[in-house]
Ligand binder design. Structure first.
Ligand SMILES: Cc1ncc(COP(=O)(O)O)c(C=O)c1O
Length: 437
């Protein structure tokens, strides 16, 4: 697949001033295929050549309601004339904090702008609260582009070693090597290894940080009892449990994965769906920790935290969630998951459709279930990308990177699901019927 001439020309222009012609490495899909988008509306995006795509990437998750969703546009437009940042609180920000606490069951919240900042702050809060420096994270779990967790996260992870004693591998150059000494890492969903590493290290562990559903290996669930085990170990050893709900929050349930599984972290980080695409994130948590944030005690701040435009967007989203909009999102996701399962079973292709209806993934594998990064890594990513590339040619755009889930919005219609399923079946048939070399 190649992008159209206008898109290509615009990207050529972008690469003169922006490395790879993009503002995030993940947006570069090769010289022939890097998109420049003109606009989005509802479930669709249009590129510079006016090609329309049904968007199941949704900017990697934030756009829970749909692009340019009327109630969000209206609220944001309403506040634009009032200024945006004042280095003082505003009323909408306070209402949003109240609504986040009510919806998530957390006691207190601080707002920030991105998921990366939220996890960075949460880890600092945990370190300050416990007086310990180390963190424990899980293989394949991604917590943004801050240095403390940028290890063993984005596949492929060459040199990661044996699963019982993973080597701590940075995502690339630029992360001080010394930080790796502050990181313990284990495969997700391994009860025995987790207990062993906590037993050997608890005196130094400030936090265990996790994605309760792996949203950066597509929608892998925790095994029954696993989140409960993390909770128990944290309670026993005075470790702060940080639920990174940047992808799952306000998407898999109003109260996120913590509501879905009935296990609560001491701290939780939110971003993406909270703003429907506007930059807002939150660190929420129990009063015992959050109540200690103070001058000279636990630092936190940010020029743009709680800016009017972002909190207005968030308030519109939270109101839609309160009114039950996720039912619509999940109904669409269920339809797609069932349809894809039916297609792969009819064609006799070994594959799994895993995750929550709000964010699910397809894993081409012979395994009966996939629970962690190493199992998922052994699946057929080449087949996935080939199928997804052909879907894109047919105007349907989930991410062709197999680690990204399909994200669903409230604007996707039954007709979109029909088009998407037909495109998936046709793409799969084309790839399977292709003469093998
Ligand atoms: C689980 C998780 N945490 C943190 C982040 C970082 O968020 P942001 O890109 O807003 O900095 C991401 C981004 O995809 C994520 O998936």
């Amino acid at each position: 697949m190649k992008t159209g001439p206008k898109t290509r020309k615009m990207w050529e222009r972008a690469r003169q001033t922006m490395p790879l012609g993009v503002n995030s490495n993940f947006r570069y899909w090769g010289d022939d295929m890097t998109f420049v988008i003109k606009r989005g509306e509802g479930a669709y995006v249009w590129d510079m050549d006016a090609n329309r795509y049904i968007d199941y990437r949704l900017a990697w998750g934030p756009v829970i309601l749909g692009h340019a969703y009327p109630s969000v546009v209206e609220r944001v437009s309403d506040v634009l004339k009032d200024g945006n940042v004042f280095a003082m609180s505003n009323e909408i920000e306070i209402r949003v904090a109240e609504k986040i606490c009510a919806m998530t069951g957390m006691d207190m919240v601080r707002l920030t702008n991105t998921g990366t900042e939220a996890t960075m702050h949460a880890i600092r809060f945990a370190r300050a609260y416990t007086g310990r420096d180390k963190i424990l994270k899980f293989e394949g779990h991604y917590h943004g582009f801050q240095d403390y967790t940028l290890f063993n996260c984005q596949p492929p992870i060459p040199g990661i070693g044996y699963r019982r004693s993973p080597v701590i591998v940075p995502h690339g150059s630029g992360t001080p090597r010394i930080i790796s000494q502050l990181v313990e890492c284990v495969p997700f969903n391994d009860f025995e290894l987790l207990e062993k590493v906590v037993k050997d290290n608890w005196q130094h562990l400030a936090c265990i940080i996790l994605e309760p559903i792996m949203g950066n290996s597509p929608g892998l669930f925790p095994k029954p009892g696993y989140l409960e085990l993390i909770r128990k170990l944290c309670d026993e050893h005075g470790i702060v449990m940080i639920m990174d709900e940047v992808k799952t929050g306000f998407r898999v349930a109003n109260g996120g994965a913590q509501e879905l599984f009935g296990v609560k972290g001491d701290l939780a980080t939110y971003a993406k769906a909270l703003g429907n695409g506007f930059p807002i994130a939150a660190i929420a948590g129990c009063r015992k920790i959050m109540g200690e944030i103070d001058y000279q005690k636990i630092p936190h701040g940010g020029t743009y935290s709680g800016n009017l435009v972002s909190v207005a967007a968030a308030e519109a989203v939270l109101d839609e969630l309160e009114a039950g909009i996720l039912k619509k999102v999940h109904a669409h996701g269920k339809k797609l998951m069932a349809g894809i399962r039916e297609i792969i079973s009819r064609k006799g292709i070994p594959a799994l459709v895993q995750g929550s209806p709000g964010m699910f993934g397809i894993v081409f594998t012979e395994l009966p279930k996939v629970f962690e990064y190493r199992e998922w890594s052994s699946s057929n990513h080449g087949l996935y990308s080939e199928v997804l590339l052909r879907m894109m040619e047919k105007g349907v755009m989930p991410d062709m990177d197999s680690r990204e889930p399909w994200f669903i919005s409230a604007s996707h219609s039954d007709a979109d699901a029909g088009v998407a399923l037909q495109a998936f079946e046709d793409a799969l048939t084309e790839v399977m019927d292709k003469p093998k070399r």
